[in-house]
Design a protein around this ligand. Sequence first.
Ligand code: C2E
Ligand code: SIN
Ligand code: SIN
Ligand code: FE
Ligand code: FE
Length: 763
Amino acid sequence: LNILYIEDNELDIDLTVRELSKNAPDMVITVARTANEAIELIKSQADHPYDVILADMHLPDMDGLTLLATIRAESSAEAVVLITGQGDEEIAVAALKSGADDYLSKRPGYLARLPIVLENAVNRHNAEIERQTRIIKILYVEHNDVDIDLTQRHFKRYAPHIHVDVLHTADELLDLVNRNGALKYDLVMMDHRLQGLNALELLKELLQNRRYHIPIILVTGHGDEEVAVQAMKLGAAEYVVKTSDYLYHLPSIIENAFNRYELEKEKEALKFSEERFRLLAENAQDVIFRVRMKPETEFDYISPAIEKFTGYKPLEFYSDPRLLRTIVYEDDRQLYDSVFEGKLSSNKTVIMRWINKNGNLIWVEQQNVYVYKAGTVIAIECITRDITERVNSDEHIQRQMQRLAAMLTIDNAISASLDLHLTLGILLEHVTAQLHVDAACILKLNPYTKMLEYYASRGFKTRAVEKTMLRLGEGYASKAVMERKIISTSDILAFENPELFSNILKPEEFTVYYSAPLIAKGVVKGVLEIYNKTPFEADQEWVDFLEALAGQTAIAFDNAELFDSLQKSNLDLTQAYDSTLAGWVRALDLRDEETEGHAQRVAELTIHLAASMGIRDSELEHIRRGALLHDIGKMGVPDRILLKPGPLADEEWEIMRRHPTYAYNMLSGINYLKKALDIPACHHEKWDGTGYPRGLKGSAIPLSARIFAVVDVWDALTSDRPYRGAWSRERAIAYIKEQSGKQFDPDVVDEFIHLEEITEPQT
Ligand code: C2E
Ligand code: SIN
Ligand code: SIN
Ligand code: FE
Ligand code: FE
């Protein structure tokens, strides 16, 4: 076998080539490391095509399905076997449907199966090609030379696609069969009267003793009903009497018999491929199931992965079709019902929560396809994927955003209210909600008495805490003040002075304790204490957030103290905001790995460009924030689109194009960012009016967004993206110049090019 092997991973290449040369030494392997290299090879080998192409689905320059389509457009001579990653079964199905001969997933031991899979694929592929070209080769066993001659001439003239070989006797036929073991013909036609065995005996020998699956047509000089019946009973495909015009009918009789047998073979093959799909389903990581709705709800099939998802075995679903509904989380049952009542548009993906046997909540994403009969839904086919991990990471972002919003609310409270008690009340509300803790308390350090005095609290059952009055040096709170860092314990009762706290901690059943010093302008103002009944894992993010909240509390104290001096400065506030903002941008970078540092870079460059275009200093800070947050709306774009390695499909673009609108919706409620909104909302508008989301034109686009657009595209082009590699500096410059007056404001482009020339790195 001549194999073309397309793979970019050197380790895989090494392992595979080694395995094949060990177990299948007669295979000749050519390795291509990119899809394009492979396509060139296939083109250049058009005269001597490879027998089989073995291709990795994940190639650097082309995805597997595109490669498959490209190969097929070029040539159909080669069998194609695709290698998928584990868990890529969906793609494997798509590949089989679009003409791959087989697939192999990289699970343990797959290399050992490779030779046999390749061989089978080649055989299957050759059979398929033969079927498509459809020359019918028949063997005609006939003793009458006149009949032979007439038949051959007739076929040559009227049915040239039927190729006829001739034998004269039964013995010759048996010889042939004995020699070859099989008959390499599509159909056998034989005269009833032959020398040696008669046709009925031959039928019996071939169809019953040797179990050939081949259509046999009996022709006879004169009809004999008895013989006809026997022949049909023995499995003859047809019984034809040599009437005066039988030759005219013969081609269509042959074709019919042939097609009938082919159909049967196809059915066999279909069974075989159903078997393959079944295997696929059985091994898939996703749950694949089909539920019949009429006459009664029943599972036709549910794949074993369901047990891994839910803890329930397939058998439990077969025997109780309602089980699935009961494991759906209560709030999602309505959604579930609408799916199973056929109320969704087909192919719609729904996300629901299930409760597994252990009582844990899992998130699943389910693709639904309705099966219709006479216009009504009779069944539904679903592929369900566990997306718990993904949802959790989305929740992470969600949490970050809630926290940012909390910070902003607190800050608004701080700047709007001079009543410290009111401010701190709001603050503590957010502390307990965002940190997910039972109670929080603020102690103020009295600079004269050196006592930590109760100031405000949330979440305590009794009012005992209000009497708190600690000498500096007593308890954890003092430690936080003196060491100027966060102090914590998960067993506060064991450690604290029991007397001191017995009337607070015991009745409240607290175990976990944190205290964070409140430091403003280098001076400790007090502590923020956190209490929780049950232990929890506080990750770094949580601790950072506690620290940020403590910082705000300190600012609130400080502001209150500045009350009289009328010098209330917003500087600290802005700093607190900006560090929050930075955290947000970090979260974005984390998700969209490829753009790491992109936000910071474009922010720097945008300010630079804006300044040299004469924008006032007071505006620059807003522009910086806007640039930092420009792609914040991508938080609303799902991973499968954002991180897609290839070009976007129409419906994916539709979602991607919403990111400026998402940004607007997210940020417009935040006072502090009002003036920074132009960039996130308008950075994809184009000078000539062809941009999105609003299609603004020329100077209708805010200047800051026009400036930013050039910088963003510059940075995007010169960076690697999931969907393409970085461009050279020269190429990016050329592109930006070329788009002057189309995508970009020509004045901005001129200034940008000017700046670039000044700052071009010395070589
Ligand atoms: P992005 O990667 O940050 O790109 C920002 C803008 O830079 C793009 O806005 C486009 O104006 C320009 N740009 C980036 N790469 C190229 C390029 O290869 N050729 C040209 N001519 N311009 C380029 P656009 O087109 O509105 O795209 C917005 C966002 O949509 C992109 O942000 C990216 O996240 C996503 N996106 C765009 N094209 C694709 C794609 O083919 N595949 C995937 N997965 N995402 C894409
Ligand atoms: C918690 O659940 O209380 C801490 C984890 C967090 O919210 O970051
Ligand atoms: C914040 O600044 O919003 C806290 C950041 C974090 O949760 O890591
Ligand atoms: Fe964008
Ligand atoms: Fe960008």
